[in-house]
Design a protein around this ligand. Structure first.
Ligand code: BG6
Length: 485
């Protein structure tokens, strides 16, 4: 049951995520009248602001990150009125009493958004508990990184679990806040025609690509310790895979959906020392040109040597009846040729072509779910080219196109965090990641990393602006499959 809280507490309130995503998202919800009336938003961080100082800070963030047509003077003023600030060093447990005092009465419920460095989890949770900010009407949203392997993720989850039971713990994967990602569920389970062939009999393989053109973006300290596998595959891409591969849940709720996702994640065929060389490819970008702009290579940007992968491609399998023999090819990387996230489902060919004798060539159908930059669902189907066919029948693949941007033109596209923050405030866990899912994700990822280590696998160089190392092409070509570009 949804139960909105009366107060929101933001840790990391002056950080990059707060400026680019959280404040603009909260403003969006406020401007549309979606935040509970009277909800106050208290920010905390080490920066020395008072309420007025933080409001000015937030105003600057909105000016910078909100499109001009969303800036409504009265709405901005009303939003800023909701904001408060308490400067605090979260590593000092004693400081939390002052935070509790600043928050005042939380009997109407409190939602906490915590994005913090891993070593601050323990003192923060302890501080919250000691100051009475972890009671039964308090829920906590956790932003990544939540550990960097299964062991550290368990440690963090244990620390959090001491104060917050699982039903009050909301782990964020911002990909689940994206409309097109939620649309996977609508497409699969709101239509009768896909499900009967959504299995190894109907599907040849699945490709999931999340390619980015950006490089380090000033996040060297974080990224170099993490790499593409843990930054993108462990969370976002495995969640996409789970939504594509899951069995139909019995109902649309947090338990049913997450029960089905975790089954998929636990069915991922382990990739270890014996498989990494053939099933994974890693790369690191060198200099090159992206979108016509000359860019430096990763180690130049980093200013020190590094063997961190900025590209990874994996051929995964889900060991279940439904998916036996169907490869799930995933790839992601920085400084690639284009910013493009999409899932492409390659169906099997028809069992027998009646057109072959008349020269007609058939391509198997492909369903493309494009997440960004555009949002569309495109089904490639065979059609006959107009003509008298005297020299044979000409068939061509044409798209059945559903542009979500056009179909829902009058609906504003929201930032993924708008949805997730609202669900956190209202207490709907469906789009948050449960502990068993995260742990299944880490277990699989740890196996791959152990395999890389055992084989001393180093990233292969690729030019910025390309589609990654050539070995990633070979990964699929071996199976007669070409990456969708
Ligand atoms: C984040 C990663 O989780 O997702 C970043 O840490 C990445 O490295 C980002 O750039 C991609 O998100 P989006 O929404 O831009 O696809």
């Amino acid at each position: 049951m949804r139960q909105p809280v009366g107060k929101l507490l933001l840790f990391g309130a002056t950080g990059d995520l707060a400026q680019r995503m959280l404040l603009p998202s909260l403003y969006g919800l406020h401007a549309d009248g979606l935040l509970p009336e009277g909800l106050t938003i208290t920010g905390t961080a080490r920066h020395d602001h008072d309420d007025a100082g933080y409001r000015a800070f937030a105003k600057t963030a909105l000016d910078e990150h909100l499109p001009a047509d969303r800036q409504d003077e009265a709405a901005v003023a009303g939003f800023l009125d909701r904001l408060h600030y308490h400067a605090m060093d979260a590593s000092q447990v004693e400081g939390f009493a002052g935070l509790a005092e600043k928050l005042g009465d939380i009997s109407g419920g409190l939602a906490i958004f915590l994005s913090t460095a891993p070593w601050l989890f323990a003192p923060t949770i302890k501080g919250l508990e000691s100051a009475g900010l972890a009671g039964s009407n308090v829920r906590i949203g956790l932003e990544k990184p939540l550990g960097n392997d299964l062991k550290s993720s368990r440690e963090i989850n244990d620390i959090v679990a001491e104060a917050f039971p699982e039903d009050r713990t909301f782990r964020i994967d911002h990909y689940l806040g994206k409309e097109t990602v939620q649309n996977i569920l609508a497409l699969r389970f709101g239509n009768a025609m896909f499900e009967p062939i959504w299995n190894a009999r109907g599907i040849d393989h699945v490709q999931i690509t999340v390619s980015e053109t950006v490089g380090l973006e000033g996040r060297a300290g974080y990224y170099d310790d993490v790499g593409a596998l843990r930054d993108m595959v462990q969370n976002h891409m495995l969640q996409l895979l789970a939504l594509i591969a899951m069995e139909p849940p019995a109902r649309f709720d947090g338990t049913a959906i997450r029960d089905e996702k975790v089954k998929v994640l636990r069915s991922l065929r382990p990739i270890g020392p014996a498989e990494v060389q053939s099933e994974t490819v890693i790369g690191q970008y060198r200099d090159g040109a992206v979108n016509g702009e000359i860019v430096r290579g990763y180690v130049d940007e980093l200013e020190k040597p590094s063997t961190t992968e900025t590209f990874v491609a994996v051929k995964a399998h889900v060991d279940s009846w439904r998916w036996q023999g169907v490869p799930f090819y995933m790839r992601t990387g920085k400084r690639l040729a284009a910013r493009q996230s999409e899932i492409s489902i390659q169906f099997k060919p028809v069992p027998h072509s009646i057109f072959a004798e008349r020269g007609g060539m058939l391509q198997p159908n492909t369903l493309v779910i494009r997440l960004q930059p555009e949002e569309y669902i495109r089904l490639l189907v065979m059609a006959k080219e107009p003509g008298l066919d005297r020299e044979g029948i000409r068939l061509r693949e044409v798209p059945l196109d559903l542009s979500l941007t056009t179909a829902f033109a009058s609906t504003r596209r929201r930032i993924a965090y708008e949805r997730l923050l609202l669900d956190l405030i209202e207490g709907d866990p469906t789009l948050f990641v449960r502990r068993d899912e995260v742990e299944a994700q880490w277990a699989w990822i740890d196996g791959i990393r152990a395999g890389w280590k055992a084989n001393d696998m180093k990233p292969k160089p690729y030019a910025s602006g390309s589609w990654g190392p050539t070995a990633s092409v070979a990964l699929t070509e071996r199976d007669g499959v070409t990456w969708n570009e």
